[in-house]
Design a protein around this ligand. Structure first.
Ligand SMILES: O=c1ccn([C@@H]2O[C@H](COP(=O)(O)OP(=O)(O)O[C@H]3O[C@H](CO)[C@@H](O)[C@H](O)[C@H]3O)[C@@H](O)[C@H]2O)c(=O)[nH]1
Ligand SMILES: [Mn+2]
Length: 733
């Protein structure tokens, strides 16, 4: 085994980098030319809005002038936002790692790695799924004595603890089995489900049997809501930490080291720790950020890994080499020194072929994140991210790293002492949540934390290997998806308004490219307003017969509108297909683009304003990771799921109906009266028409479907009434 201290060996490979950074110059230049042409036309459109009203003024009332002004403002917004969106396309980079060099240089002498898995609710995050995640990382291709897996349970659930205890037993078989047979992926559920047709060896059969038994025990316990008595006896010192009156919002710290892999290198299973930090109703727990900080402190007294990997409970490791990939970057002697964290994309295993809800964010992860990387590094997105412990705890770039202490006695502290670190009062009058650890007070705690790290001089790196590093569960129904997006848009907008705002605080600390890169996401919430105005105004003016755009074909002014519409959409389609998407997938993506902007982002904006005014507190609505059977079937068939009564749906439904009424009226007028309309109203027909076609699944859900996933009757009726009254008002205005 090669040791770091083996100088003879190091000399040979010293200057071989552990990773390289690639660029695609040709493509980038072509893109820049293209984007300059679009920009030219955008300016042309602005010019039209400013100058054209003068020549066509005669029969315009004050109201039309006002509409025209709104169109000008929204088009200026779209243009500026488009410019912001260019930053992640201007300078993309790709990272390639050399894990073989890493192994040659360091052998098994790798830094300690602590993996933090967060869970919060045993019902919507089933314990069996959580332990599969834990097992998949426990079996990472990493020396077990250097690896530790911590499960933070914000649900404070005995079931989750029981599942983890069972998993700790099973790990003794699973981890050696994975390493011996080079199993991939190392989540037992995922691995065994692709082996379902037949097992290739007696060992596999045995492991499969043990897994099935364990899974059955955990699922039975979850179903009955009861822990078997023998387990209570066996893991007595764990269960005894639950007081009889403990609830998920009111309980003491529960800490149990289920496997202690710290002692020497004879271990086969890494350290496994269960932590449920103290929660009391009178103390704010700061959601995931709070649990991350508790984990940072608790782990510092147990294994104190120099590197921390953060995972959501559904994101299992799909590639056992990912930790080594990340280390190629973090341990690289030259370029790696500047890098604070390595982010992998958030990938999903439960997507349908055409990705109905656009959960994959294909273009985001295959284009934009590479672009951000070229400008200083991707955002920290809360999962699949390798951090340096001291950096997340506040080290500024340039300060010397305190050497890892290998002293055994340092780690072995009293459990009771460690538990105090996870108490509610520990953080009082401290810098935790501010200068130290993950930041509090923002629903996008991850984004703001990553940003602040960068403002301390660090860069980050993005790794997106072919073989997905971590895969999780995407929301399988529209409402959950829109609620998740609402939290994200709210969180990202709050980042912009926070004291760490990329625009104000980031000024001079991070480059302009990265500031703009952050703005792409931070401006989600406010971008809802112009999209909403634009779509509603074009439709309503179509209804009233007020032209808002130049005549099709017969005017010079039409050129920029035509070009921007065609070029922007064609490019977005091509980009989507490049990233491996399908045509329908792109179409679904466009629909979700619209829905997110006209509902989630608007609510995100309202939530932010309310919070700023002090009217409400932000919440963290946890995304469910399981669906009931019928709904799951519909999801498989890519049938859009409505089903719940919600203001989000009321808004979408009203807008959808409004577009439909406007288009129908305009077509009727066209058929009955002059043909001239086609030219003057051409673009409005196109825009409203596209909105109607995009909305097709919505109309189906409101009017045609009978299954449980259709739009609830009350929402349909209310949307209908609202849209009809709006149209009538406007028609008689
Ligand atoms: O009070 C809480 C709430 C949530 N979680 C955990 O946080 C993770 C993310 O929650 P989820 O409901 O799955 O949210 P997503 O929208 O999928 O999460 C993304 O967005 C969040 C910020 O909005 C980040 O925290 C996540 O890491 C990121 O994956 C899950 O493992 C939860 O168990 C907690 O530990 N405590
Ligand atoms: Mn999630």
């Amino acid at each position: 085994m090669m040791r770091k201290g083996d100088d003879r060996f190091r000399a040979v490979h010293e200057d071989e980098p552990l990773f390289i950074t690639g660029r695609r110059t040709g493509r980038v230049i072509a893109y820049r030319v293209f984007s300059a042409s679009v920009f030219f036309c955008i300016c042309w459109i602005w010019l039209y809005r400013v100058t054209a009203p003068v020549e066509v003024d005669e029969n315009r009332t004050g109201l039309v002038r006002f509409v025209w002004l709104v169109m000008l403002v929204t088009e200026i917004w779209f243009g500026l936002y488009w410019i912001v969106m260019q930053s992640p396309r201007w300078n993309p980079v790709w990272r390639f790692t050399f894990t073989d060099r890493l192994s040659r240089r360091y052998g098994d002498d790798l830094p300690r790695l602590d993996v933090f898995v967060c869970t919060a609710d045993p019902v919507i995050e089933p314990p069996l799924m959580v332990v599969n995640t834990v097992l998949s990382v426990a079996a990472l291709d990493y020396p077990p004595e250097k690896l530790a897996v911590y499960l933070s349970d914000d649900g404070g659930s005995e079931l989750t603890f029981y599942a983890l205890a069972e998993a700790a037993e099973f790990a003794k078989v699973w981890v050696p089995y994975c390493k011996r047979f080079y199993v991939e992926p190392r989540s037992p559920a995922a691995y065994l489900s692709c082996k379902a047709s037949g097992f290739d060896s007696a060992e596999t059969e045995e492991v499969a049997r043990l897994y099935k038994e364990m899974a059955a025990r955990i699922e039975t316990a979850a179903r009955l809501g009861r822990i078997p008595d023998e387990a209570r006896l066996k893991y007595g010192d764990g269960f005894s930490q639950w007081d009889s009156d403990a609830t998920r919002r009111n309980h003491g710290t529960i800490l149990q080291i289920l496997v202690d892999g710290r002692k020497g290198n004879t271990v086969t299973v890494p350290t496994l720790v269960y932590l449920s930090r103290e929660k009391r109703p009178e103390h704010h727990h700061h959601f995931k950020a709070g649990s991350m900080n508790a984990l940072i402190r608790v782990s510092s007294k147990i294994t104190c890994g120099r590197i921390i990997l953060n995972l959501d409970c559904d994101m299992y490791s799909n590639n056992s080499k990912s930790a080594r990939d990340a280390l190629c970057i973090l341990l690289d002697e030259k370029e790696g020194k500047k890098i604070a964290f390595v982010q992998f994309p958030q990938c999903f295993e439960n997507l349908t072929k055409n990705d109905l809800y656009a959960s994959m964010m294909r273009v985001g992860y295959d284009v934009e994140f590479n672009g951000l990387d070229g400008n200083g590094g991707p955002l920290y997105i809360g999962t699949g991210c390798f951090h340096r412990r001291d950096v997340i705890c506040g080290r500024t770039y340039g300060e010397v790293e305190v050497e890892e202490e290998e002293e055994e006695s340092e780690y072995i502290s009293e459990t009771e002492m460690i538990k105090a670190l996870a108490s509610c009062t520990y953080e009082e009058n401290s810098q935790w949540g501010k200068e130290m650890g993950v930041k509090y007070g923002c629903p996008a705690e991850d984004v703001i934390t990553g940003l602040e790290i960068k403002c301390r001089g660090w860069k980050s790196a993005y790794l997106n290997p072919k073989k997905k590093a971590f895969v999780g569960v995407a929301p399988t129904n529209l409402h959950q998806m829109l609620v998740q997006q609402r939290r994200w848009s709210e969180g990202n907008f709050q980042v912009l308004l926070s004291e760490y705002s990329p625009v104000w605080y980031g000024q001079g600390k991070i480059g302009l490219g990265l500031i703009l890169g952050y703005c792409c996401y931070c401006l989600w919430a406010p971008s809802s307003v112009p999209v909403l105005l634009y779509s509603v105004l074009t439709s309503l003016c179509l209804l009233k017969g007020i032209p808002l755009f130049p005549k099709v074909w017969s005017s010079w002014w039409f050129i920029p509108f035509g070009y921007v519409t065609v070029a922007a959409n064609a490019y977005s389609l091509v980009e989507f297909l490049w990233c491996g998407g399908t045509l329908r997938g792109w179409w679904n993506d466009q629909r979700m683009w619209l829905y997110r902007r006209t509902s989630s982002f608007l609510f995100g904006l309202i939530d932010t304003i309310k919070k700023k005014l002090g009217v409400s507190e932000s919440a963290f609505v946890i995304t469910a990771k399981v669906a009931e059977e019928e709904a799951a079937e519909r999801y498989e068939k890519e049938v859009m799921e409505f089903g719940v009564e919600s203001p989000i749906f009321l808004l979408l439904g009203t807008l959808g109906m409004l577009n439909l009424f406007c288009l129908a009226t305009a077509i009727m007028r066209l058929v009955m009266t002059s043909r001239e309309d086609v030219q003057t109203m051409g673009l409005q027909f196109v825009i409203t028409g596209v909105l109607v076609v995009l909305n097709w699944p919505l109309y189906e859900g409101m009017l045609l479907r009978r299954d449980k996933g259709k739009m609830p009757m009350t929402v349909t009726v209310n949307s209908f009434v609202l849209a009809l009254s709006a149209c009538t008002c406007v028609a008689f205005l």
